[in-house]
Design a binder for this molecule. Structure first.
Ligand code: FES
Length: 177
C-alpha cells in the first residue's frame, strides 16, 4: 500500500489525513478511557524499554512489520505512533525499515502533511512549508525540523520509541527534548 498522497488531489489528501487523525484520536480516547480495565488484558509485548510502543493502524491494531516491508522501496507509510501521533515509517532502498521515523506534525502550526514522491518532499498544505526526506526544513515558514522517533522491527512487530539522543541532522540536542 502506498500511503504517499499525490498533490494532484489535495482534497482527497486532506480527507485521508483527517480520517486518519480522527481514527487515531478515537483510538487514543478509547484507550485512555479503558486503560484501568484494559491494562490487565494488554500483552506486555505492547510496550518496551524507553517508552517504546507498537506501531498501529487507524483502528489501533498493531501493524505487522511484514506489511510495511512489503511496500515498495522508498515508501513512506503512515502509522499511529507515540501518543497516537501520525508517523511516517520509511522503507529504505534496500527494502529494510529505516531506524528513523518522521512525525507528521508541521513545526509551524501543527498541520499534518503528505509526502510528495515526485518532489521527494513532505509538503505542508496549510502555509507551504516543505521538508526534505529527513525532515529538515527546505522552505518555511516552518521554523524547525520535523520531530523524529526511533523505529525498530523485532520479529514481526514494529516498535516506535522517543528520540532522546542528539538530532542526527543537527548534531545537537533535539528541540522536542
Ligand atoms: S502549519 Fe505547516 S506551514 Fe503552517
Amino acid at each position: 500500500m502506498d500511503n504517499s498522497l499525490p498533490l494532484e488531489s489535495p482534497s482527497l489528501s486532506r480527507r485521508q489525513l483527517l480520517n486518519f487523525i480522527t481514527g487515531a484520536a478515537v483510538a487514543a480516547t478509547a484507550g485512555a478511557a479503558l486503560y484501568p480495565a484494559g491494562k490487565f488484558f494488554i500483552p506486555r509485548a505492547e510496550t518496551g524499554a524507553g517508552g517504546a510502543i507498537l506501531a498501529k493502524d487507524v483502528l489501533g491494531n498493531p501493524i505487522p512489520a511484514s506489511q510495511i516491508l512489503g511496500e515498495l522501496p522508498l515508501t513512506r507509510a503512515l502509522v499511529a505512533g507515540l501518543a497516537g501521533e501520525p508517523t511516517y515509517l520509511i522503507v529504505k532502498e534496500d527494502g529494510t525499515l529505516d531506524s528513523i521515523g518522521i512525525v507528521d506534525n508541521c513545526t509551524h502550526l501543527g498541520c499534518t502533511f503528505p509526502w510528495n514522491p515526485m518532489d521527494q518532499q513532505f509538503q505542508c498544505p496549510c502555509h507551504g512549508s516543505r521538508y526534505a526526506p529527513d525532515g529538515t526544513v527546505v522552505r518555511g515558514p516552518a521554523p524547525l525540523p520535523l520531530k523524529i522517533v526511533q523505529v525498530v522491527a523485532i520479529d514481526n512487530s514494529i516498535l516506535i520509541s522517543p528520540w532522546t539522543e542528539n538530532d542526527p541532522r543537527t548534531g545537537e540536542k533535539p528541540w522536542w527534548v
